[in-house]
Design a protein around this ligand. Structure first.
Ligand SMILES: *[C@@H]1O[C@H](CO)[C@@H](O)[C@H](O)[C@H]1NC(C)=O
Ligand SMILES: *[C@@H]1O[C@H](CO)[C@@H](O)[C@H](O)[C@H]1NC(C)=O
Ligand SMILES: *[C@@H]1O[C@H](CO)[C@@H](O)[C@H](O)[C@H]1NC(C)=O
Ligand SMILES: *[C@@H]1O[C@H](CO)[C@@H](O)[C@H](O)[C@H]1NC(C)=O
Ligand SMILES: *[C@@H]1O[C@H](CO)[C@@H](O)[C@H](O)[C@H]1NC(C)=O
Ligand SMILES: *[C@@H]1O[C@H](CO)[C@@H](O)[C@H](O)[C@H]1NC(C)=O
Ligand SMILES: *[C@@H]1O[C@H](CO)[C@@H](O)[C@H](O)[C@H]1NC(C)=O
Ligand SMILES: *[C@@H]1O[C@H](CO)[C@@H](O)[C@H](O)[C@H]1NC(C)=O
Ligand SMILES: *[C@@H]1O[C@H](CO)[C@@H](O)[C@H](O)[C@H]1NC(C)=O
Length: 596
């Protein structure tokens, strides 16, 4: 079957029109335009298999060792209550892409959104098939587990930067990458401290894209919430010329069933003057009346003015009357979701797979979506350059609902962190490739011990609320851990027992005998700087074992406790966050598990 599907894919590629590359899309002011000067709107669908949930004990082993899981693995673990996700890279599955492309084309879409990609895999067939069909890709650079900036213990560090850059390197050869997202639903209404790290990520990814002459947009997909949160979040992400996203995505489910056409009025007036492009990075509320979904928001979202000959500069509107087009404010949206996606007991999926995965069956939601999407006519105004509102102001220090510093962390520096790793006296020795959870635990333990011995973990800590960033906060977590272990060892006059950590650490006999970790940091780590990152170090599968590695290894997993995996449709207005907090050693902040 796979062979047949692969042939089908090949045939499809061969038959596809040999049209030139898809036109580049760029942002001018708050709108998107293709090279020919026409406005561009996103008319898309989320194309991502929902991550399978794994129990805490097994997930890391599974991800590192067993991808795909071997025969005989007890798969009933999979629907555990844990909220971590196994990476599914749909864009690497060429047979599935060939299977799905005709179905996607029925929707009349011009974009899909994919939530995770594995840069080690080949994406040629899917990306080229999509391109031939005129479909752009909005790609999240994040991975589940430690592959994203964390909601409550955020950092912008070499391992995450390098993962993002590797993904960009794997996708830049395609002509249909519309945007790269630096995060999905990382900030929440109760935890906004990741904001400076996300903006730093946008800044450094923008610089890298510029350095490789990429025109892809830099985006972020935001969880919805109270206006006090969403508005500050949107402003924060776009308030600096040198560190701004190009496109703000809002995962918005407020239109539910037969909503009145005034439903988006509040959003419209709030975003009327927004300085960069904005779109709905997810939409399509489930379990509404009527059900299946009628998608009545689509004609509203893409509606053009009935008075389009009367020019009303939208940027001056404070109240947004119904008769004015939403297209003056938004650049389209991404319907959620192609694949089955369970959230709160409801399935947002519109295409079900046959048991052998060879065919898809679409549902009534899909048919209704196709009807509405195919009826959309894009407006072509304002003209390129006609409206370029200024960027928003950064939120004033502590507006209600917002808790983040305007001081950004520096660009993560692989060379500096690698230099330090080579000089440390006591080095973390991962007992297995499955080490990212252990690293978190050991940092907590080691920081506790260092504090008792009179030291601090300030060097490795960062705080997005106060805008203070330790000089090592940008380094890979394994290097941070080795640094703290070395400090403890040195505070204890280098007795062997102080560099054991129950067998998780090893003395480096080759390290300079009297060099203190802090002094090594002073010589290796320059003052914080903003610079254009260069291509990331080559990925070594067991990178964490190498002393001079600056990369956390291929699975670098993130908390995944936020919906960083991004595969959950969330109806914010229906009660969203359930938080549980836990202290973790010296590291500032708590952890929040969000139930999606
Ligand atoms: C598989 O896992 C489930 C859930 O933990 C357990 O109840 C079941 O006994 C396991 N089956 C086997 C064959 O180990
Ligand atoms: C809502 O908007 C749609 C699309 O413009 C229009 O067809 C419909 O009549 C409107 N409904 C109401 C109640 O205004
Ligand atoms: C079908 O696809 C799903 C999702 O990609 C995968 O988990 C499953 O193993 C596949 N089943 C078969 C029979 O290939
Ligand atoms: C902001 O963060 C500070 C320090 O973490 C905390 O004390 C304060 O309660 C927070 N304020 C809000 C509004 O979340
Ligand atoms: C990685 O994520 C896990 C939770 O999924 C967390 O326990 C651990 O501390 C994280 N590791 C690091 C180094 O951040
Ligand atoms: C490493 O540290 C963990 C957590 O404290 C501990 O359970 C384990 O026994 C230690 N040693 C090894 C070799 O993993
Ligand atoms: C030990 O220190 C030497 C000399 O600084 C360095 O070259 C080497 O990479 C270090 N080894 C480990 C395991 O950290
Ligand atoms: C350390 O880094 C150097 C240069 O980046 C590389 O040649 C060497 O193989 C690395 N050593 C280890 C043990 O990773
Ligand atoms: C990416 O793919 C490679 C090659 O199949 C695999 O070894 C690795 O575990 C994958 N990484 C993730 C994060 O799934």
């Amino acid at each position: 079957m796979l062979q047949l599907l692969a042939l089908a894919a090949a045939a499809l590629l061969a038959l596809a029109p040999t049209a030139g590359a898809l036109p580049k899309v760029s942002r001018v002011g708050k709108y998107l335009y293709t090279e020919d000067g026409n406005r561009f709107f996103i008319k898309g669908i989320a194309y991502q298999t929902q991550g399978r949930k794994l129990p805490t004990q097994l997930k890391h082993n599974l991800i590192v060792f067993y991808s795909p899981p071997p025969v005989g693995l007890n798969l009933s673990f999979i629907f555990d209550t844990s909220h971590d996700f196994l990476v599914v890279d749909n864009l690497a599955d060429s047979a599935a892409c060939a299977r799905d492309l005709p179905t996607l084309q029925k929707l009349g879409i011009n974009a899909i959104r994919a939530y995770s990609a594995n840069s080690s895999l080949n994406h040629d067939e899917c990306m080229q098939a999509l391109s031939s069909a005129g479909i752009y890709v909005i790609l999240d650079l994040t991975l589940p587990l430690n592959g994203s900036i964390d909601t409550t213990l955020p950092a912008w560090s070499t391992n995450t930067l390098d993962q993002y850059l590797r993904t960009i390197d794997a996708f830049e050869k395609y002509d249909n990458v519309l945007a790269y997202n630096v995060g999905n639903e990382v900030m929440t209404p109760t935890a906004t401290q990741a904001a400076p790290f996300l903006v730093a990520a946008a800044r450094d990814i923008r610089a890298y894209l510029n350095s490789i002459s990429s025109s892809a947009l830099v985006g972020y997909a935001a969880i919805d919430g109270p206006a006090s949160f969403v508005d500050n979040e949107a402003d924060f992400l776009a308030c600096s010329e040198s560190a701004s996203i190009d496109i703000f995505g809002l995962n918005n489910y407020e239109w539910c069933g037969n909503e009145p056409n005034t439903t988006f009025d509040s959003l419209n007036s709030r975003f009327a003057n927004y300085g960069v492009a904005a779109y709905f990075s997810e939409f399509g509320s489930e379990n509404c009346n009527p059900n299946p979904r009628l998608w009545t928001e689509i004609p509203v979202m893409f509606r053009y003015s009935l008075h389009s000959t009367v020019l009303v500069p939208a940027i001056n509107l404070v109240h947004f009357p119904l008769s004015e087009p939403m297209t003056n404010v938004w650049s389209g949206g991404v319907a959620f979701s192609y694949f089955t996606d369970m959230s709160k007991g409801h399935d947002f999926g519109m295409a079900a797979l046959s048991p052998d995965n060879s065919s898809v069956t679409t549902n009534a939601d899909f048919d209704n979506l196709a009807a509405k999407f195919n009826a959309v006519t894009f407006v072509n105004s304002p003209a390129k350059g006609a409206s370029t509102p200024s960027l928003p102001s950064c939120p004033s220090p502590s507006p209600p609902g917002w808790n983040a510093s305007n001081t950004l962390p520096a660009t993560p520096n692989d060379a500096a962190c690698g230099c330090l790793a080579n000089e440390l006296s006591c080095v973390f020795t991962p007992p297995s490739p499955d080490y990212m959870v252990l690293v978190g635990q050991l940092i907590g333990i080691a920081c506790g011990l260092v504090a008792q011995a009179g030291g601090t973990c300030d060097d490795i800590s960062s705080n997005g609320v106060t805008g203070t960033y330790g000089r090592l906060a940008m380094c890979d977590p394994t290097i941070k851990l080795s640094y703290v272990m070395s400090q403890y060892y040195e505070l204890n006059h280098r007795v062997n027992a102080a560099c054991s950590f129950s067998g998780n650490a090893t003395i480096n006999a080759s390290a300079k005998p009297s060099l203190l970790a802090a002094a090594a940091a002073s010589s290796c780590i320059p003052s914080p700087a903003i610079f254009t990152p260069s291509a990331p170090p080559v990925l070594v599968p067991d990178a964490g074992k190498k002393s001079n590695s600056t990369s956390g290894g291929p699975t670098a997993d993130n908390s995944g406790h936020s919906t960083n995996g991004g595969m959950s449709g969330i109806v914010v207005s229906r009660g969203l966050l359930v938080g549980v907090t836990a202290a973790l050693g010296c590291v500032v902040g708590g952890m929040i598990w969000t139930l999606a």
